[in-house]
Design a protein around this ligand. Structure first.
Ligand SMILES: C[S@@+](CC[C@H](N)C(=O)[O-])C[C@H]1O[C@@H](n2cnc3c(N)ncnc32)[C@H](O)[C@@H]1O
Length: 327
């Protein structure tokens, strides 16, 4: 039996490594595998070992060996790939349950231009999933988001949870610019404004994009280290404050808690806002330190139930928790 198998293996034509990788890509793609589960490392190895564009040539040779008609678009596309310079940005799309897609321009590197805010983080996707299952928390209310980054969570809430107003915020110039572009790219109306007292200058958009009905939207420049009660008073008094993946640096924790304390007394009707923070627990010490510091200033917290349905593609093993803070 074993001999037969060895014989068969010896007779079978051996696949070139690039052919087997191409096949695994094809299978993975057709099986709906997530991008990160495709054999990128093997492809990288092949590209490193190849002195020319052999994997792509293999695709062409395969195409020709099947006796298929020359396909102009295929040759053009391969030519484009070969001539492409490395990009620093890409467009990613996230499908909402309605079938509507959120498309965001993001950085290809997780940290670029000195900030983590140019990519969408798992906790932002997790918080968006939770919000879509708990839309009553946001419906007809004023929402303030801290550290919005690329804007995924806020755009999802603005499109699907009917808030009255939505204020995105961040402190980094490039993040604010990318955020504004992403909001417009998704058809939400962002009126032109001016920078001052924390409200970010809006970039004028050359291309007119179709607009959808949505909440009144603001993008504010809010640095937790610099913000004052007077700045906060200029924003819509929030009924709800949210943030995702903002508990990762013990030094930041103090300033984050500082702004939450200021927000606790800034509502015109004297009521403190509801606060929800989605934390990715990478280092339990950082997470515990956040809870200890909350305790020191008398902010109570509770863990809220996780979303039941997974809508977006992200690391399902990531340890993410949403805390409701009673500020
Ligand atoms: C890890 S990213 C998370 C971005 C987004 N919430 C998400 O989940 O995809 C942290 C965000 O917090 C912002 N941030 C960090 N320090 C800040 C500060 N002192 N004031 C305001 N925003 C800050 C960063 O610019 C960045 O957008």
């Amino acid at each position: 039996m074993e001999e037969q198998q060895q014989e068969r293996a010896a007779c079978e034509p051996r696949e070139a490594p690039e052919e087997s990788v191409a096949l695994r890509f094809q299978r993975g793609f057709l099986a709906g595998k997530r991008l990160r589960d495709l054999p990128w490392e093997d492809l990288e190895q092949i590209l490193k070992n190849s002195e020319d564009s052999s994997p792509l040539l293999t695709v062409l040779q395969k195409h020709e060996s099947m006796g298929a008609e020359p396909l102009e678009q295929l040759y053009e596309a391969i030519g484009d790939v070969l001539n492409t310079e490395e990009t620093t940005q890409c467009y990613k799309s996230y499908l909402l349950p309605s079938g509507d897609a959120i498309t965001l321009c993001e950085s290809v590197a997780i940290i670029s231009r000195g900030t983590t805010g140019l990519v969408t983080w798992d906790a932002g996707l997790f918080l968006a999933e939770w919000a879509l299952e708990n839309s009553a928390v946001f419906c007809n209310r004023s929402v303030l988001e801290l550290g919005s980054g690329t804007g995924l969570t806020g755009i999802a809430i603005s499109k699907a949870c009917c808030p009255r107003t939505y204020t995105f915020s961040d402190h980094h110039e490039c993040v604010l610019q990318q955020l504004s572009e992403n909001i417009r790219l998704n058809g939400l109306f962002l009126p032109p404004g001016t920078r001052g007292h924390g409200v970010a200058k809006q970039e004028t958009c050359e291309a007119e994009l179709p607009r959808i009905q949505g909440p009144e939207i603001t993008v504010a420049e809010l640095d937790w280290n610099l913000v004052t009660k007077e700045w906060l008073a200029e924003l819509q008094s929030p009924d709800v404050v949210i943030a995702a993946d903002v508990v990762y640096d013990p030094e930041l924790t103090q300033s984050l808690i500082g702004i939450l304390q200021k927000l606790s007394s800034c509502n015109s009707d004297g009521e403190a806002p509801e606060v929800y923070i989605a934390c990715t627990i990478r280092n339990p010490d950082t997470y515990c330190q956040f809870q200890t510091e909350l305790g020191k200033v008398g902010i109570r917290w509770q863990v809220v139930p996780s979303p039941q349905k997974n809508l977006f593609s992200y690391d399902q093993h990531a340890n993410i928790t949403i805390l409701r803070l009673h500020v």
